[in-house]
Write a protein that binds this ligand. Structure first.
Ligand code: IPE
Ligand code: IPE
Ligand code: MG
Length: 257
C-alpha cells in the first residue's frame, strides 16, 4: 500500500455516490476574520486557507467528485490594501511552485480562469507552467479563479464575439447560449452543481454569474480556514436533500393526465 492510498478516505455512508455534484465551486471567504478572531495577521488566515483548499481538493478525489473550482481573487480584490494584494500574489506563486509535483502525483489537472494577463508576470509564468504540466492529467479538474469577475468574463466574451462578427466568422443569428459559452473562460467545463460560500455571507460577489444559473447554493457560517471534511460532508448532505427542478415540476407535482 502506498502512502497515498493509505490516506484515501471513503465516501461517508450516508451520501449517495450516484447523486454527488459533478462540479463543486467555492467562494473561500472569511480568511481575514478567522485570523482576526485569533489576534493573528490576515496573512496567516490566507495561509491557513491554502491548507483548507488542499484538503478539499484531496477530498474531491477521495469521494469521487470530478471538478472543483475555487475563487481565489476577484477583480474587486485589487481594491484591498497594497500589502495584502502583494502578499496574495506572492502566496499564489509560492503555492503553485511548491505544489506542482504533488499535483502531478495526484493526477490533478489545474487551470486558471480570469483576466490572467493583468497578474504579475512571474505569477503568469508559474500559472502557465502549472497548466501546461498538468493539462493531460485525468484526475480532478481543478479550476482557480484568479483576477476573476463574472461581469468582466461576460464583457470580454461579448467583445470577442463582436470581433468575430466584424471579421465575418460569426453571424449575429448564430449567437446563442452554446456559442456564448465557448467565449467564456470556463469553456469546456460543466457548470457547478453546488456552490459553497463560507463565512455566512449571502451573496455571490461577482462569481461565475453565467455558470451558477442553476447551481444549488450552500452557505455555512464556518470561516474558510476551518472548512474541513466534516464541513464538506454537511454541504454534500444538504445538497443531496435538495430538489433540483430546473424550472420544471417533479413527477409527484404533475397533475394526473
Ligand atoms: C477570502 O477571505 C480570501 C480572499 C478574498 C482572497 P477574506 O480575505 O475575504 O476574509 P474576510 O472576508 O475579510 O474575513
Ligand atoms: C469573494 O470574497 C472573493 C473571494 C473569495 C476571492 P470577498 O471577501 O472579496 O467578497 P465580499 O467583499 O465580502 O463581497
Ligand atoms: Mg471576504
Amino acid at each position: 500500500m502506498t502512502a497515498e492510498s493509505r490516506t484515501l478516505q471513503q465516501l461517508p455512508s450516508d451520501l449517495d455516490p450516484s447523486r454527488l455534484p459533478q462540479h463543486v465551486a467555492t467562494i473561500m471567504d472569511g480568511n481575514g476574520r478567522w485570523a482576526l478572531q485569533r489576534g493573528l495577521p490576515r496573512a496567516l488566515g490566507h495561509r491557513k486557507g491554502v491548507v483548507a483548499l488542499k484538503d478539499l481538493l484531496r477530498c474531491c478525489r477521495d469521494w469521487g467528485i470530478p471538478a472543483l473550482t475555487a475563487y481565489a481573487f476577484s477583480t474587486e480584490n485589487w481594491g484591498r490594501p497594497l500589502a495584502e494584494v502583494e502578499f496574495l500574489m506572492a502566496l499564489f506563486e509560492q503555492v503553485l511552485r511548491r505544489e506542482r509535483a504533488e499535483m502531478m502525483r495526484e493526477n490533478v489537472c489545474i487551470r486558471f480562469v480570469g483576466n490572467l494577463a493583468a497578474l504579475p508576470a512571474s505569477l503568469q509564468s508559474e500559472i502557465a507552467e502549472a497548466m501546461d504540466a498538468t493539462q493531460d492529467n485525468s484526475g480532478t479538474r481543478f479550476t482557480v479563479a484568479t483576477n476573476y469577475g463574472g461581469r468582466q468574463e461576460i464583457v470580454q466574451a461579448c467583445r470577442a464575439i463582436a470581433r468575430a462578427v466584424e471579421q465575418g466568422h460569426v453571424a449575429p443569428d448564430d449567437i446563442d447560449e452554446n456559442l456564448f459559452e465557448r467565449y467564456l473562460y470556463t469553456t469546456g467545463t460543466s457548470h457547478p452543481d453546488l456552490l459553497i460560500r463560507t463565512s455566512g455571507e449571502l451573496r455571490i460577489s461577482n462569481f461565475m454569474l453565467w455558470q451558477l444559473a442553476y447551481a444549488e447554493i450552500y452557505v455555512t457560517e464556518t470561516f474558510w480556514p476551518d472548512f474541513n471534511r466534516a464541513a464538506f460532508h454537511s454541504a454534500l448532505r444538504a445538497y443531496q436533500r435538495r430538489d433540483r427542478r430546473f424550472g420544471k415540476l417533479q413527477p409527484s407535482q404533475s397533475p394526473p393526465t
